[in-house]
Design a protein around this ligand. Structure first.
Ligand SMILES: NC(=O)c1ccc[n+]([C@@H]2O[C@H](COP(=O)([O-])OP(=O)(O)OC[C@H]3O[C@@H](n4cnc5c(N)ncnc54)[C@H](OP(=O)(O)O)[C@@H]3O)[C@@H](O)[C@H]2O)c1
Length: 297
C-alpha cells in the first residue's frame, strides 16, 4: 500500500491522476498550487485532500506528483530541494514526455527517488483526463528498483505502463506524441472547416461523416498497418482528382497541410507498390506544381 500522495500544480493532468489514485484507495495529502482559487477548484474536483501552502508541507508525502508544465520542472526541483521539501526515500515523479529524470537531479541529491510517468493521452481538461486515462499507455522511466512500484502506481489509475530500459531521445519521442495527438486534433479542425464551407451540407450531417472517416482510418491502420490502410486518389494513382482537390482548396484553408500529407501518402503508396513510378511522378508534379502556382498567385 502506498503512503500519502501530494501534487504540485493545480492544472489539468495532476488533479486527474490524483482523483484516480484516490478512487483506487491511495491516501491523498493535497495540492500545492500557485493560486488559492485554482487550487481549491482542483481539490473540489479531486474530492479529497487539502490546500498545501509551502514546499515544506510536501515532506509529509511518500509520493510527490509534479503536475507542472515542462518549462517549470527544473526550477521547481531546485526550489523544492532547497526548501527541505524532500522526505528521504520519498518518490518524486513528473508526467512530462520531453524530460527524463535529469531534470529532477537536485531532488535526488536530497535522497528522493525519481521517476517519470508520461501518460500517452491528451488531457484538454481534468474531467476529460479523469475519464479517458484508463486503458492508455504511460511511458515510465525509473530506477530498476522502483519498477514494481511504478507498475502498481500506473495500473492503479488505469494506465498501461511501458517501462524504459534506457533513456531515449525524448525530443523525438515527444514530437511523435505531439504529431499523433495534436496533429490529429488539428486535422479534425481543418477537415471540419472544409466540410462547413460546402454549401448544401448541414452541420449535423458533418460530424458522422468526419468521425466515420477518421475512426475507419484508425481502425484500418491498427488492423493492417498504415501503408496497407491507405486508400483514396493517391493510392489509386489518380493525379487528375488530386488536381481537382487542389483547385477547390483555397489558400489558408488547409491546402498546405493537404499537399504535405498527400506527398507523404505518395511515399507510402510507392513503398507499398500501390502506384508505379510514372503515376508517382504525375502525382508529385500535380501536388508540387499547384503549390508553386498558388504561391505565385
Ligand atoms: N495535458 C496533457 O494533455 C498532458 C498529457 C501528458 C502529459 N502531460 C504533462 O503533464 C504535466 C502538466 O501538464 P498540464 O497540461 O496538466 O499543465 P497545466 O494544465 O498547465 O497545469 C500546470 C499547473 O502547474 C502550476 N504550476 C507551475 N509551476 C508551479 C509551481 N512552482 N508551484 C505550484 N504550481 C505550479 C501552474 O500554475 P498556473 O496556473 O499559475 O500557471 C498550472 O496550474 C506536463 O509535464 C505535461 O507535459 C500533459
Amino acid at each position: 500500500m502506498f503512503g500519502p500522495v501530494a501534487c504540485v500544480g493545480a492544472g489539468r493532468l495532476g488533479p486527474a491522476l490524483l482523483r484516480r489514485w484516490h478512487d483506487a484507495g491511495i491516501p491523498v495529502l493535497g495540492i500545492l498550487g500557485r493560486d488559492d482559487e485554482k487550487t481549491d477548484a482542483a481539490l473540489r474536483f479531486c474530492t479529497v485532500g487539502r490546500r498545501l501552502s509551502s514546499y515544506g508541507e510536501l515532506s509529509a508525502a511518500e509520493i510527490v506528483l509534479l503536475g507542472v508544465g515542462d518549462q517549470d520542472l527544473a526550477g521547481l526541483a531546485v526550489d523544492a530541494a532547497a526548501a527541505g521539501a524532500v522526505k528521504p526515500g520519498s518518490l518524486w515523479l513528473h508526467c512530462s514526455g520531453v524530460h527524463g529524470l535529469e531534470v529532477l537531479a537536485p531532488l535526488a541529491e536530497k535522497s528522493a527517488r525519481l521517476a517519470a510517468m508520461h501518460p500517452l493521452c491528451p488531457v484538454p481538461d481534468r474531467e476529460i483526463g479523469y475519464r479517458s486515462l484508463a486503458g492508455k499507455a504511460a511511458l515510465i522511466e525509473s530506477a530498476a528498483a522502483d519498477r514494481a512500484c511504478l507498475q502498481e502506481l500506473a495500473e492503479s489509475c488505469g494506465l498501461l505502463p511501458v517501462h524504459l530500459d534506457r533513456p531515449i531521445d525524448r525530443a523525438l519521442y515527444h514530437a511523435a506524441c505531439s504529431l499523433a495527438a495534436n496533429g490529429l486534433t488539428s486535422l479534425v479542425d481543418l477537415s471540419t472547416g472544409m466540410f462547413r464551407s460546402i454549401s448544401g451540407l448541414e452541420p449535423e450531417q458533418i460530424e458522422p461523416m468526419l468521425s466515420g472517416l477518421m475512426a475507419g482510418s484508425l481502425q484500418a491502420c491498427s488492423e493492417v498497418g498504415s501503408s496497407a490502410a491507405l486508400s483514396g486518389p493517391v493510392a489509386r494513382g489518380d493525379h487528375r482528382v488530386l488536381a481537382e482537390h487542389l483547385a477547390a482548396l483555397e489558400i489558408g484553408t488547409g491546402s498546405e497541410v493537404y499537399r504535405s500529407l498527400m506527398l507523404h501518402a505518395l511515399k507510402m503508396a510507392l513503398v507499398a507498390g500501390q502506384v508505379n513510378q510514372s503515376q508517382a511522378s504525375a502525382i508529385e508534379e500535380t501536388l508540387r506544381g499547384h503549390g508553386e502556382a498558388a504561391a505565385d498567385g
